[in-house]
Ligand binder design. Structure first.
Ligand SMILES: [Zn+2]
Length: 243
């Protein structure tokens, strides 16, 4: 995936930069044996753990969970259609009427089930900011910030929390590159953050949509790194760390 790391327009180096690690949806249903298992998803757990504890133990971390009610609009079962098909929906929410084309998925990450739990090897601590999304039956929220309408209908308050902490840079990892990571990156850019993506710490649902998402993120200015070590080389420079 090295083609995507050519974005070298580096944001200004400064001691005022404050980074946060974002771990998106590393949950059982998206990993081996889960209802919406992503190929090789389990391979990203070790590098994510390495990222947070071997190198960057000073960094704040947020972890997200897809956390759906059992009748969520993204489940094929809700509409009696095939999984991995699409459906055009007219959604009425908060007095608005929205026309959306929705990808339909196998039932996944239903709140308070094992499938919604974090991968057993993922290190999550009590200091991590925990964000749950997709909690409203009538709207999709791929992004950690909320729905795709600038978080008008579901707002996870992540942006408010990050602004309060004066975060300037979000380092994204997790699942899936072409959906929840992608939409989180777009929202993060819209909210004014520098966005970084570590490619060894993310996997996509399908090759074609993953390629498209990576190209779009690159074009929009997301900084990409092949590995945790590559990210750390960049981070050391910015933070003036001498080891
Ligand atoms: Zn979902």
């Amino acid at each position: 995936m090295g083609n995507y790391t050519s974005n070298k327009i580096e944001p200004e180096s400064s001691n005022n930069r404050k980074f946060i690690l974002g771990i998106i949806d590393v949950q059982n249903d998206f990993c081996k044996g889960g209802s919406l298992a992503i190929t090789d998803a389990d391979d990203i757990v070790a590098p994510i753990n390495k990222m947070r504890f071997t190198y960057i133990n000073e960094m704040h971390t947020f972890v997200t969970q897809d956390f759906h009610p059992p009748n969520h609009m993204s489940f094929h079962t809700t509409h009696g259609k095939d999984a991995f098909s699409k459906i055009d929906l007219k959604i009425k929410i908060n007095g608005d009427e929205l026309n959306v084309t929705q990808d339909l998925w196998p039932k996944h990450c239903v709140k308070d089930t094992d499938g919604a739990d974090f991968h057993p090897d993922l290190i999550v601590t009590s200091r991590d900011i925990r964000i749950q999304k997709g909690t409203i039956a009538d709207i999709e929220s791929y992004s950690a910030f909320g729905d795709e309408f600038k978080n008008k209908y579901e707002n996870t308050k992540l942006n408010k929390i990050l602004k309060e902490k004066k975060i300037t840079d979000i380092v994204l990892t997790g699942l899936a590159t072409d959906y929840c990571v992608y939409y989180t990156a777009l929202d993060a850019l819209r909210c004014g953050y520098h966005v970084h993506l570590v490619l060894s710490c993310t996997k996509g649902v399908k090759p074609d949509t993953t390629k498209k998402a990576l190209e779009d993120m690159t074009q929009k200015g997301v900084f990409m790194y092949d590995s945790v070590d590559d990210f750390y080389d960049y981070y050391k420079n910015v933070r003036n760390i001498k080891k």
